[in-house]
Design a protein. Sequence first.
Length: 241
Amino acid sequence: MHLSIIIPAFNEERLITQCLESVSESLLANQRPDFTHEVIVVDNNSTDKTGELAQLSGAQVVFEPINQISRARNAGAAVAKGDWFLFVDADSLLSPGMIADILALIDSKKYVGCGSLMTMPGSHWWGTAILKMWGAVSLTFRWASGALVVCRADAFREVGGFNQELYAADEIHLSDLLKKWGRKRGLKFTILKQHPLVTSSRKLELYSGWEMTKQFFKVMLSPFRSLKNKDKLPVWYDGRR
C-alpha cells in the first residue's frame, strides 16, 4: 500500500518544518514491508520560504499559483501516486498513533475514508468550546474537518476531488461525495477519535472573538454566496500569519 501525504501551504514558513517533522516521525514509527509513502507540499503561491523549507525537509514541492485551498489540495492529488491520499494542513501535526489508526482502517478494507477529531493546545476557553461543538457535528454527520481528510485515491478521482467552486468547506462537500460513493460499494466513512489531530490555535490569536463571530454568521446566513467568494472569507484568505 502506497500512501500520499498532501500538505497545502500558503506562507507557512513558521510551521511547515514542524509539520513535516511530525509526518516523518509518524511514518518512521509505523514502518512495515508493505507500506510505502510520499510527502507532497503544495506551495499555494507563498511569498515566504515555505517551498524552500519544504524541499530542505525532503518533501516533493508542487506550485499552485491561485490562492484557494481546494485548488491546492487538488494540485497535490494530481501528481500523487498513492493508493490512498492523506490531506493534512500545514499548521497541524500528525502522530504515530493517528497513522497507526489510519493504517488499521485501510487494512480492514471496510472504509472509503475518514476524518479526525481535533485538539488545539493552548487555545482560549471559547476556542475549546467551539472545537467541541464542531467535534459533535463532525461525529454526527461524519464530516471531515479540512485539517485532515483521508480517502481512497480511486474514490477521490471518481467523485471529482475537492470542489473548486468553494473557497471553504470543500472538505464537507467531499465527505458527502465519498459517503455516497462508499455506500454503493458497502464501504463506510468515519471520524477517528482515539488520537485527535493536533492543530494550531493561531486563528484564535490572530482574530478577535468579534471577527470570528462575524465570519461565522456571515457563512451561516448566506452559505452559498459566502463559500464561493474568498472576499467574504477573510479568516481564511486575508493572509494573516
